[in-house]
Design a binder for this molecule. Structure first.
Ligand SMILES: [Fe+2]
Length: 334
């Protein structure tokens, strides 16, 4: 006879019952009060603050909507499938946060700007670490990837001083609305590059005109958008991420005007200050001068990017945190 497998007794997590008794609920509102009373015991004050607010609003939501058992089970099934759809290359949970506007809201609250500093926009799922180094005036896109666009500007402080040697990561779709990572046969990074600003803060590179594209529609988030009667399109945009020592890292994107999805971006990334006008340049000599090998026209995107110093950014964030009355030194350990 083989040995019977060893059975371990079920064990508690070691936390004793509370020192007070909770009333056994004979009314729904007692359930909410009991959960909140237990949550009061949360040791970390920031955790306590967050979970008390979460429970308050979640219970309010159930009450307000008179949620049925079937609806709640449908929600649980939806969340389960959202998690199950995730792979190392596919993040459906972030997508859910994106389409509900939560990613954009968290980003905005955590990156307040002032003094003319450039606003942030959502990072999105298509940034990669392997972009090639691109010299001033060189191209981030291989030939044939789309209509020509030249991007130029300066990296500046809020006082208008140039920031030299800032690292600029930039990435975009090709003319078919795909990032290079969406091609199964991707053999090298394309439509993305890493540049540095010059001594005068200037940067310039050749790119292609990005086009509007759909976020993945073949998962639970796609189903949700259909249920809500919402499209799954992002307006065309060029991503940029700028870092320089002593300055707050900027993650942003620029949105050419005229796109029909600009005001209804499915992930709410567009900000008024990030909408840009592309200039039409029709001049063969100018096209050659900029390094475009064919044709006589291209689009020109000009934008000066203004960075906050780390100190300026910390001051801004502290102001917002104090307004929210929630952050203390202790809470920052969260
Ligand atoms: Fe994007």
């Amino acid at each position: 006879m083989p040995d019977a497998p060893e059975v371990k007794a079920a064990t508690s997590n070691g936390i004793p019952p509370p020192s007070f008794n909770l009333p056994l609920p004979d009314k729904p509102e007692i359930i909410t009060a009991n959960v909140q009373k237990l949550t009061e015991q949360t040791p970390n004050p920031r955790h306590k603050f967050i979970f008390k607010a979460l429970i308050k609003h979640l219970h309010q939501f159930v009450n307000e909507t008179s949620l049925t058992t079937d609806e709640w089970m449908a929600a649980i099934d939806f969340l389960t499938r959202t998690g199950q759809k995730c792979t190392p290359l596919r993040q459906e949970t972030i997508l859910l946060s994106d389409v509900l506007g939560v990613s954009a809201l968290v980003d905005s609250l955590n990156n307040p700007v002032a003094g003319g500093a450039t606003e942030n926009s959502v990072l999105g799922p298509f940034f990669t670490e392997d972009a090639a180094e691109v010299d001033f005036g060189e191209s981030i896109a291989s030939e044939g990837k789309g209509d020509y666009m030249y991007v130029e500007g300066r990296i500046l402080t809020t006082d208008g001083q140039p920031i030299p040697n800032a690292v600029i990561e930039t990435w975009e779709t090709d003319a078919d609305g795909f990032y290079d990572t969406q091609y199964a046969d991707r053999s090298y990074p394309d439509c993305r590059g890493r540049l540095r600003s010059g001594d005068d803060g200037r940067f310039g590179y050749r790119a292609v005109v990005p086009v509007a594209y759909p976020i993945p529609g073949d998962g639970p988030v796609g189903e949700l958008l259909l249920l809500l009667g919402r499209h799954n399109m992002r307006p065309n945009h060029l991503h940029m991420m700028v870092e320089a020592p002593g300055f707050h890292k900027l993650v942003t994107a620029f949105y050419p005007d005229g796109c029909k999805y600009l005001e209804s971006d499915c992930v709410f990334g567009v900000k008024k200050s990030l909408v840009v006008s592309l200039k039409d340049i029709v001049d063969e000599e100018e096209a050659r001068k900029r390094g475009f090998p064919h044709g006589r026209s291209f689009k020109l995107l000009q934008y000066d990017i203004v960075l906050l110093t780390e100190a300026q950014s910390a001051k801004m964030r502290d102001g917002v945190d104090q307004e929210r009355c929630i952050i203390t030194e202790d809470h920052k350990k969260f």
